[in-house]
Structures are given as structure tokens and as C-alpha cells.
Design a protein around this ligand. Structure first.
Ligand code: DGL
Length: 269
């Protein structure tokens, strides 16, 4: 699987909980992070380069663990790798949102690139054409998660600034519909789920695109008979395009378990 950096480790973590035996190769393109502010053309080029690096090591499946890359590059990655299953994080998140929402009013928070690309809108509308989707780019959430500021006054203040106009709009005759579901459409946002929950209250369903992607990966491997059946734990090898020790340090926070620097290999794309 690959991501622009350490954020995709939230997908790895969710997958490990479900499938402890799989051998996982994770590439974080930290040298070129962030993807969320870059053009679709650039992110697609980066995604194709990351894919080559993983495919040359022999993988049975490719996971695009980055929402921005999934939004803009999944078709190009599939075309470049015929016969190899490619799973992005957008479609599983959209499916979960459609299942969770009763009212059909769904909010999506993500990077600028993901929102501008409109992939969540298309994926949700393909399943629920009548859905009303309110998308909001929330780039400061990425910085807060990387800084480890996942809770507290400042983080909740930022969340309130982004989300209250959607979840508690000013009253009046043109008061827009309020969503009953919020998609966390970025790898980093599951870390902020507690702070976001404090702001939007207990009644809104929160869809974590890392968890829903992990469910989709598990289902695909099972359905195609490709799960690793042996006993014991599968290993993880980390590849990064920049400083291995920084990857190990920041990655540990996202993965929730320590990453040893000797398990991180520096690669050039
Ligand atoms: N991994 C990116 C995503 O899920 C967030 C970080 C970035 O902008 O590169 O959209």
C-alpha cells in the first residue's frame, strides 16, 4: 500500500487488526508530501511511480491508502496494472456513508485535492443519486494530526470553525439541510475523531475511510481466495522517500505501535 506519507498507516493499522497474517509493504512518499494541495496531474504521476516501486517487489494487491491519490489516480493505476487488484479508499467510504445515512444528507471532509476532484460526490451519487453532499476542505486537520494535536481546545476550535457552518448553520428560511453522516475522507482524520465528535455531537454517524477501506481489502482478499493462511504474524516493511528516522517517529503515532528505524528503507522513486 502507499500513501503520501504516514497518514496511510491508519489504513494499515485497521487492516492489521483484521488480517494479522498478511505481509504488508507500505510506501510513504514523505519527500513529496503533501499530495492534498497538488494538482490531479502531479498526484497521478506520483501515484504511478509509487506503484512501480511496489509492483517490482511482487505484490498480490495494491492499496491506495491515500484519499487524495484514490480520488484522482485510481483509474490510471488500474490501467497501468492490468490483472492486479487495486483498492482505493474512496469507494468503500462512500458505500459506508450511504449505508449510515438515513436522511441522505452527507458531509465529507478531506484535503483540497480530494474535494476539488469530486470523487466522493461521484461515488456517493452513483449509489444514492438523490443524496445531498456537503464537501469541505479541511487542510489544517492534516497539520494538527501530524503535530500530534489530536484533542484539546485548539483542535476543537479548528474543528468547530470548519464544521459548525455545516452542522449548526444559522437559523432562517434558507437554513440548509443538516447532515446526519460525516465522512472522514483523509488518512489523517481518524486521529481527530474524538475532537470532531465533541464538536458535532453524538447523533452524527462518523465514517472512518481507513476502517471501511480495510473491510474492503479483507473482503477482496477473501473472495479471491488470496488470504495468507499461515499461522503467526505477517511482517511489515516500510519504504520511505525521505528521512527514515522521522518516518519511524511520526509513523509510530499514526500506527499506534512502535516502528523500528531498521524496518524503514529509504527508496528513490
Ligand atoms: N494522505 C492524504 C490524504 O488522505 C493526506 C496528506 C496529504 O495531503 O498528502 O488525502
Amino acid at each position: 500500500m502507499f500513501d503520501s506519507g504516514v497518514g496511510g498507516l491508519t489504513v494499515l493499522k485497521a487492516l492489521r487488526e483484521r488480517m494479522p497474517c498478511e505481509e504488508i509493504l507500505y510506501l510513504g512518499d514523505t519527500a513529496r508530501l503533501p499530495y492534498g494541495t497538488k494538482s490531479a496531474h502531479t498526484v497521478t504521476r506520483y501515484a504511478l511511480q509509487a506503484t512501480v516501486k511496489l509492483v517490482e517487489r511482487g505484490v498480490k494487491m495494491l492499496v491506495i491508502a491515500c484519499n487524495t491519490a484514490s480520488s484522482v489516480a485510481v483509474d490510471a493505476v488500474r490501467r497501468a496494472n492490468p490483472g492486479l487488484p487495486v483498492i482505493g479508499v474512496v469507494r468503500p467510504g462512500a458505500q459506508a456513508a450511504c449505508r449510515a445515512s438515513k436522511s441522505g444528507v452527507i458531509a465529507v471532509v478531506a484535503t483540497e485535492g480530494t474535494i476539488a476532484g469530486g470523487a466522493y460526490h461521484r461515488a456517493i451519487h452513483a449509489l444514492r443519486p438523490e443524496a445531498l453532499i456537503l464537501g469541505r476542505a479541511t487542510p489544517l486537520f492534516v497539520a494538527l494530526a501530524e503535530e500530534g494535536w489530536v484533542e484539546g481546545e485548539i483542535t476543537e476550535g479548528v474543528a468547530a470553525r470548519y464544521l459548525m457552518p455545516i452542522f449548526d448553520p444559522p437559523s432562517g428560511s434558507d437554513r440548509p439541510s443538516v447532515p446526519d453522516t460525516l465522512v472522514l475522507g483523509c488518512t489523517h482524520f481518524p486521529l481527530l475523531a474524538g475532537a470532531i465528535r465533541n464538536v458535532i455531537g453524538p447523533d452524527v454517524a462518523i465514517v472512518d475511510s481507513a476502517a471501511t477501506a480495510a473491510d474492503a481489502i479483507q473482503a477482496e482478499l477473501r473472495d479471491s481466495g488470496q488470504t495468507n493462511g499461515r499461522d503467526g504474524c505477517g511482517g511489515t516493511l516500510f519504504l520511505t522517500t525521505d528521512d527514515a528516522s522521522k518516518f519511524a517517529r511520526t509513523g509510530t503515532m499514526f500506527l499506534g505501535t512502535p516502528i523500528a528505524e531498521q524496518d524503514v528503507e529509504l527508496v528513490d522513486l
